[in-house]
Design a protein around this ligand. Structure first.
Ligand code: BGC
Length: 763
């Protein structure tokens, strides 16, 4: 899609609203969030094309999944992130005529999103039917520092009159209005959507209370309107049988050519229903405190937060302005969407839309966490703490599946498995190893032993226990992991998916090595931890035996590694005769048609080449990449970034650039035609990986950073910063040279193109 009413320039995304073309897509682009809650970029007064959505991270309800034919152990309940009451709503009217962007006479209507502050600034000139003209400006922010708060500043400047303007500002209940039953990537509606069961006003504060039907969660939504020049104000409510809204209608006095301001403060807070009632007074007090600061205070606090954030996280690209803006836009959405409190995570669509029902997937560990580990390790830690918080559910799940240890859910919010289609859900048991992989990287980058001892070890041990029990020793082969699905969802329930086997092998070695290092360095801790988790030497030996004898399927005749035991013996998909409109295949072919062919949805074996590069020789990478790339559709947005990185390593410059460009522009240019349902968080993070792991060629092997930079000729220079073991390293890559600057921290050794170099602090 070419959203030609968007003008993208460096830090600013400008949207010309004179036409409402691609309006619902732009709502996703202009979504704002802070990890606790987020809201789509809809207009304060709404419009008929909108897909309204405000979401609170992990505020969800459940409903029983009704199977036509159920079987033992299927996921029992859906979990769906709910649409919460919309507190943005502000209607403006003059002499009874209400501003309506589709009907009113409007000029110069545009808005800008500033990636340096996360603030949206919108302006327009409105002429009423009776000729009264007013300049309207709104600024909106969701505070990064105060997680419950959104602030909207509305200013009105009458140009040719003095008199009265009416503002109706309140809390509105919206319904999901973009449900496509045929697209599994889009959310369906729960039978009971969230309702407001109580709403009232306490002096200048309006509060609406909602509760879920089954998940025992309650939410308060509250607003305070602060306005200059009030003539009178009153509360208007509609009841539950209609739309269940609550507004404050305020008449204000305006003077020609003078600006009159309204600041609307909006507050969201949720907790378990039983706890919430006792917390309300305290929360209201907290909200009132926040409202004592004016809008400017929050604007400044955003500037401060983002200044610091960009200091660590910016990527500078010299040579292509579009790509420069796109990478910043992607990084911006990652920091906006990520849960930062250890109890929540980052959903596949962030907080920008209802796609994938607000679920957390392996997207977090495999795509998003690397970005945070190397730029904001504290946030990476919080994401891993979330996994720890659901470990007991993962243990229950393993038990239910008749295995020892813990099996993490494929998709979830509360920790229970929520995937109704197990062949592409629960069967992806690689999720355990994906999480453990990022724990290993996190530990190596931060050396946070405390985390390992208090949380990481237990997760590592329990998920390893699951794998030890799940894998089967087959004579003549070794340990096999059969009947699983790898990352490629176009092959299901296969034997020995190489990605899975390699990742499990890697994890078990990590566990054994970690135990060995404890034994060598802290005998007491070693003894304590083994006894706490009842680990016997026999069990450690078993883990060792498995990783040393893990089966990997090589096809000697073809000179290739099998994606699994059967893949290379299937018929190749007829790509030549598949019309373009039949992609993505998952929307047009029954799984049985897809599964019996050599056709791949997304990076699978190729992903192992990135994650565990030491497993492959250069020749193996090349031979397998050349083969597998040709049978890959990239129907998942998680695919091209990984292919781009490996293509770069193999010297396929054009191909690598194309994959990178498609990744970095996925959302801003709506390349998958579904941005209206939310951004693609994994591919946004994948675009960061394309820069750092692709053009920068960075790999972390055995705790050491290796770089093999290779810049394509589209760019003159790329610069980024990496945090590593308490250091900050700035990397500047040009086509013929790379500079590494130790910005802070002690001297450190890295490897550049195979050569060991020491980075020394100069000043
Ligand atoms: C991909 C999965 C991914 C999910 C959520 C699917 O299309 O195949 O790998 O986890 O989307 O992003």
């Amino acid at each position: 899609m070419n959203m030609n009413n968007l003008n993208i320039n460096n830090w600013i995304i400008k949207h010309n609203l004179e036409t409402l073309d691609y309006y619902s897509e732009s709502e996703t682009i202009f979504a704002q969030a802070n990890g606790y809650f987020g809201t789509r970029g809809t207009l304060e007064e709404g419009c008929s094309q909108e897909i309204e959505g405000t979401f609170v991270n992990a505020f969800y309800d459940t409903e029983e999944i009704v199977y036509g034919e159920a079987a033992y152990g299927y996921a029992k309940n859906r979990q769906t992130q709910l649409l919460v009451p919309n507190s943005k709503t502000i209607y403006i009217s003059i002499d009874g005529e209400v501003l309506d962007v589709e009907k009113s006479i409007i000029e110069n209507h545009s808005r800008e999103l500033d990636l340096k502050t996360g603030i949206i600034n919108r302006s327009l000139k409105w002429r009423t039917n009776t000729g009264k003209e007013v300049l309207i400006n709104t600024e909106r922010l969701i505070s990064m520092e105060y997680e419950n708060l959104m602030a909207i500043n509305l200013s009105l400047k009458p140009l040719n009159f003095s008199g009265e303007i009416n503002i109706k500002s309140g809390i509105k209940r919206d319904k999901l209005n973009d449900i496509d039953e045929n697209d599994p990537r889009v959310s369906g509606e729960l039978k009971y959507s969230l309702n407001i069961y109580d709403k009232y006003c306490e002096k200048d504060l309006i509060i609406a209370k909602s509760k879920t039907n089954n998940s025992n969660l309650g939410l308060i939504t509250s607003i305070i309107n602060k306005v200059d020049n009030v003539i009178d104000r009153e509360i208007e409510k509609s009841d539950e049988s209609t739309d269940n809204n609550i507004y404050e209608s305020i008449n204000i006095k305006v003077v020609e050519n003078e600006v009159c301001n309204l600041t609307k403060y909006c507050y969201y807070y949720f907790d378990k229903q039983d706890r919430l009632e006792n917390e309300i007074d305290h929360k209201i007090k907290d909200f009132r405190e926040l409202c004592k600061n004016n809008y400017g205070y929050y604007k400044e606090s955003q500037e401060k937060y983002y200044n610091k954030f960009w200091e660590n996280s910016d990527i500078v690209i010299d040579g292509d302005n579009e790509i420069q803006a796109a990478i910043r836009f992607n990084i911006f959405h990652l920091i906006q969407s990520v849960g930062k409190n250890g109890k929540t995570n980052i959903a596949a669509k962030g907080l920008t839309g209802d796609g994938y029902e607000g679920h957390y997937f392996w997207d977090t560990e495999t795509y998003v966490i690397p970005h945070f580990i190397y730029t904001n390790p504290d946030i990476a830690k919080k994401l891993l703490e979330y996994r720890y918080s659901i470990l007991s559910k993962a243990k229950d799940r393993a038990k239910e599946m008749s295995y020892k240890g813990a099996l993490y859910p494929w998709r979830t919010i509360c920790g229970e498995e929520s995937s109704a289609y197990y062949p592409a859900g629960t069967a992806q048991i690689h999720i355990n190893a994906d999480i453990m992989y990022s724990i290993k990287k996190y530990y190596e980058v931060t050396e946070d032993l405390e985390f390992m001892i208090s949380k990481g070890f237990e997760m590592l041990l329990e998920t390893s226990r699951f794998y030890a029990d799940y894998s089967d020793y087959i004579e003549g082969r070794g340990y096999c992991i059969n009947g699983v699905t790898g990352p490629d969802e176009y092959c299901a329930l296969v034997n020995n998916n190489t990605y899975t086997n390699m990742m499990v092998r890697y994890q078990l070695k990590f566990l054994v090595d970690f135990i060995e290092s404890l034994k060598a360095n802290d005998k007491k801790l070693y003894n304590d931890i083994l006894s706490k988790f009842n680990v016997k030497i026999k069990e450690i030996k078993l883990f060792e035996d498995i990783y040393k004898n893990m089966y990997i399927h090589y096809d000697e005749e073809k000179g290739l590694i099998g994606q699994d035991d059967a893949f290379l013996n299937k018929k190749v998909w007829d790509f030549k005769n598949t019309p373009k409109e039949n992609y993505p295949l998952l929307l047009n072919y029954h799984p049985m048609v897809i599964y019996k062919h050599q056709v791949i949805k997304q990076a699978d074996l190729i992903l192992s080449m990135l994650l565990i590069p030491e497993n492959f020789t250069y020749e193996e990478k090349k031979a397998n990449f050349d083969y597998y790339e040709k049978v890959t559709t990239h129907d998942s947005s998680l695919s091209e970034c990984i292919h781009g990185i490996i293509a770069n390593e193999l010297g396929y410059e054009d191909m690598s650039y194309k994959f990178f460009e498609n990744t970095v522009k996925t959302d801003l240019y709506d390349l998958h035609n579904n941005v209206k349902n939310g951004v693609h968080i994994a591919s946004m993070a994948g675009s960061w990986q394309c820069i750092v792991f692709g053009f920068g060629g960075m790999r972390q092997i055995d705790g050491v950073l290796h770089f093999n930079p290779r810049l394509c000729d589209k760019f003159n220079k790329i610069e980024f910063k990496i945090r590593f073991k308490g250091r900050v390293i700035k990397v500047s890559i040009e086509r013929d040279k790379t500079d590494y600057q130790l910005v802070s921290g002690k001297n450190i050794t890295i490897v550049n193109n195979g050569e060991v170099i020491e980075l020394v602090k100069l000043f």
